[in-house]
Design a protein around this ligand. Structure first.
Ligand SMILES: [Zn+2]
Length: 200
């Protein structure tokens, strides 16, 4: 599996272009569509699905450029994706809402052999996405901290419960967060206050 990362300069948001076994997925197409598109082209593959870890504008800005591609998000994120104030794009001078998403429900969802886990907290419809031995954690989990819960849809108590769900994952998984560098899940358990607090 090959993973390309496009990090936008302004917000530090990571878009991931994931290819393997003849399939190509884009996770969180953010602000810099040209760079995402260049990464897509390098694979020589058509984009099979776009996955959204959540609906904040810095993770979804370029969804509009993937017309005709199936875009997946959790149904709990619908109110945020469709509201420019809640997805925060209203505060950037370029407000947008996103329609035409394929919404799935529930705690766990599988598409192809991709395992999606609902992890509300940063927003109501946050998910983490496991593809083989990689886990795309969006703004739910970073190496040494977690996503903020003071924005629309944020809920600190829900985030605490969601963090417990990481216990089920193989600690050797490589985690690709929505901001910052990738890390091994087990390493975060050693130093991340929020993961450690849940275990005591
Ligand atoms: Zn966010």
């Amino acid at each position: 599996m090959d993973i390309q990362t496009v990090t936008d300069r302004e917000f530090g948001e990571n878009s991931y272009i994931v290819s393997g076994d003849g399939a190509l997925y884009v996770i969180d197409p953010g602000i810099d569509y040209d760079a995402v598109n260049d990464a897509v082209k390098r694979t020589g593959l058509p984009v099979k699905y776009v996955f959204l870890t959540h609906g904040h504008y810095d993770h979804t800005f370029s969804v509009r450029n993937f017309k005709g591609t199936q875009v997946y998000a959790h149904s709990a994120e619908k109110p945020l994706l469709e509201d420019a104030s809640k997805n925060l794009s209203a505060f950037t001078g370029k407000p947008f809402s996103i329609e035409g998403i394929n919404y799935y429900d529930g705690q766990n969802h599988t598409i192809d052999d991709i395992e999606i886990t609902h992890t509300p907290g940063h927003t109501a419809g946050c998910v983490v996405i496991r593809i083989k031995d990689s886990l795309f954690s969006g703004d739910t989990l970073f190496y040494d901290t977690v996503g903020r819960t003071d924005l629309p849809g944020g809920d600190p108590e829900a985030l605490k419960r969601s963090l417990l769900l990481f216990d089920k994952f193989d600690k050797n998984l490589k985690v690709y967060p929505g901001h910052g560098a990738p890390f091994i899940l087990g390493d975060a358990y050693k130093i991340n206050f929020y993961l450690r607090r849940n275990r005591t």
